[in-house]
Ligand binder design. Structure first.
Ligand code: 6R9
Length: 560
């Protein structure tokens, strides 16, 4: 096994072993203003505080998308967020109400998030690829009273099926009849409300994440998430004054929320946000143009840049890049070798999930990287590999990757579904992640795939049951079973096994139609890339799809 030695030089985290022994999260709490004042709001710590301490003219956000290029200082963000809080207040939104944010990356998205949280309103981020059904499930489940969107996405909102939804704020021109103009309302604000102080346990956002069965679950994160974000931004991402940080994840997913803006802003570090579709050339141009020094991305993106060839990289000055991190899917040897050879540095893998809220098992600059390992638990975090009864397994044995419950950024509930929440904690004191892993003698962890059938395509989480129920709405489909099939570029692709209804025959046209059906009904990234017709779908004793057999099917095991 290849080992990449610890990097020499000054790092924020200097000695991992010592930090493991001495560090506790309470020491981080002392860094927040609320430690002294008792007044809590993450927006104050991420934005207002920097302004009050004289950093109002520092850039917080470099935004670029197509023709649009804008810079926002912390001062400007503070002002705009306060105005949006005033708009929400005018429309009667109060602390604890839920506000959906369903739009492509734009400054207005971040302003809406901050403005809501400033008022104690709970944000429900919705990935821009979601279609009517996914939106109905999520907005309906949390009873959102308002949504921020764009005129392009507005028609996807199934308004008639969302009785609790009272207002839709539309960003940009062409505000549809019945909707509220976001910009117009912002321009009318004359007075802004003060920061709403909340408890540390007050909900900040509800993020819907797919599980193995049923509908997506609303993971509730609270303002206290800041404790985990600040210290990982410093020790894992190694952020310090002068850095320009680019996390490429979309704010519809946990990475794009936690590290896309909250974590770096807690340290007053400017972030780059790039809109539009992925394009290897544009991404290299962005790294060079903004002199990105710390870059957080995913293996699929690295592979796409890799396939652009050395010639692409050689045209850009990437000399400012000093720390690269990866998340979401296994970081393969080929990507690591490419980075070492072409970017002159390793990539630091980080393992965590929507439920954990913060980086959990990571690689650090002061520690050797063992190729193929997701690294070591963050100081203050205890991780283990446990069997199906919750008993700890020795090194080398594959089992459930588990985390000792009670870390600061932990999700606090599954909205409307306490039983689902309890299920994660069924083996006290452990949180059971759903991932398989083993540990070596030195305590390094090795990710071994999902245990529960959740699909990870290009780092995006897809719930097989949601895709199955969508497919089964189509008249041609009697029964569907969906699984992730290993794929060189995307990690996994969505593969659907289907049983046809009488009178239907299989054809490429039907495959295309089913694909489109999922794409337009649920979400583009959830649409199966491969289909296979079967006589029947394997079921477990209690009538659920047997994910273990599907897994064998996609891997081509026991092919019958
Ligand atoms: C942060 C995020 C979580 C699932 C997780 C695991 C996979 C995350 C990984 C990784 C291999 C890594 N995952 N980090 N797999 N190596 N470094 O992605 O959250 O969208 O909830 O997905 O992603 O399977 O369980 P989320």
């Amino acid at each position: 096994m290849q080992v990449i030695p610890a990097l020499p030089g000054e790092h924020n985290l200097k000695n991992y072993a010592r930090a493991r022994e001495e560090f506790d999260f309470q020491s981080v709490e002392r860094e927040f203003s609320w430690h002294a004042t008792g007044r809590v709001n993450i927006v104050y710590e991420a934005v207002d505080r920097h302004v009050e301490e004289g950093g109002g003219r520092q850039v917080a956000l470099y935004f670029e998308s197509g023709e649009r290029q804008e810079e926002y200082t912390f001062g400007r963000l503070q002002g705009e967020a306060a105005r949006f809080a005033a708009v929400l207040q005018k429309y009667g939104l109060q602390k604890g109400d839920r506000l959906g944010i369903f739009m492509p990356r734009s400054p207005e998205l971040y302003i809406s998030f901050l403005g809501a949280a400033r008022l104690g309103v709970v944000v429900v981020p919705l990935f821009e690829a979601f279609m009517a059904e996914a939106l109905k499930d999520r907005l309906g489940d949390c009873g959102a009273v308002a949504v921020v969107t764009t005129s392009e996405l507005y028609p996807r909102l199934p308004l008639a099926q969302l009785p609790a939804l009272k207002y839709v704020f539309v960003v940009g021109e062409n505000v549809p009849a019945g909707a509220v103009g976001w910009h117009k309302e912002m321009s009318l604000v004359t007075e802004t409300p003060p920061m709403e102080w909340v408890g540390r346990e007050h909900p900040l956002f509800i993020l819907y994440a797919s599980g193995a069965d049923g509908k997506a679950r609303g993971l509730v994160h609270v303002h206290n998430i800041m404790v985990g974000l600040l210290i990982t931004a410093r020790w894992v991402h190694d952020l310090r004054p002068g850095d320009v940080y680019w996390c490429t994840a979309d704010p519809g997913w946990i990475t794009g929320i936690a590290y896309g803006f909250l974590a770096p802003w807690l340290l007053g570090i400017p972030v780059v946000v790039r809109g539009g579709r992925f394009n290897a050339e544009d991404w290299c141009a962005t790294l060079a143009k903004y002199r990105v020094s710390v870059w957080y991305s995913a293996p699929t993106a690295f592979r796409m840049i890799m396939s652009g060839g050395d010639e692409l990289l050689s045209r850009y000055d990437l000399s400012h890049l000093r720390h690269i991190l990866s998340v979401g899917e296994p970081l393969t040897e080929e990507v690591m070798e490419w980075s070492l050879a072409r970017l002159g540095q390793p990539i630091y893998d980080t393992w965590w999930m929507s439920e954990t809220g913060m980086n959990m098992i990571c690689n650090y600059r002061c520690m050797p990287i063992k190729l193929g390992s997701i690294g070591l638990p963050f100081p203050g975090i205890e991780a283990a590999v446990v069997d199906d009864e919750g008993r700890e397994l020795p090194p080398g044995k594959i089992g459930n990757l588990a985390i000792r419950a009670g870390w600061p950024a932990q999700f606090r509930a599954v909205w409307n579904d306490p039983a689902r929440y309890e299920e994660y904690f069924r083996h006290q004191p452990w949180f059971i992640s759903g991932d398989a892993a083993y540990r070596d003698e030195d305590g390094y962890f090795y990710f071994q795939g999902r245990l529960d059938g959740v699909i990870n395509t290009s780092g995006e989480r897809v719930g097989p049951a949601e895709v199955e129920s969508k497919l089964e709405e189509h008249p041609a489909v009697a029964r569907a079973g969906v699984a992730g099939k290993p794929d060189k570029l995307r990690g996994e692709i969505v593969k659907a096994f289907i049983v046809l209804n009488p009178g239907y025959t299989w054809s490429d046209a039907l495959a295309a139609e089913l694909r489109e059906f999922v794409k337009t009904g649920l979400a583009a990234h959830a649409a199966p890339r491969e289909f296979e017709v079967k006589e029947s779908i394997p079921l477990t004793g209690d009538g659920r799809v047997d994910r273990r057999v599907l897994r064998e099917w996609v891997l081509g095991l026991n092919d019958a």
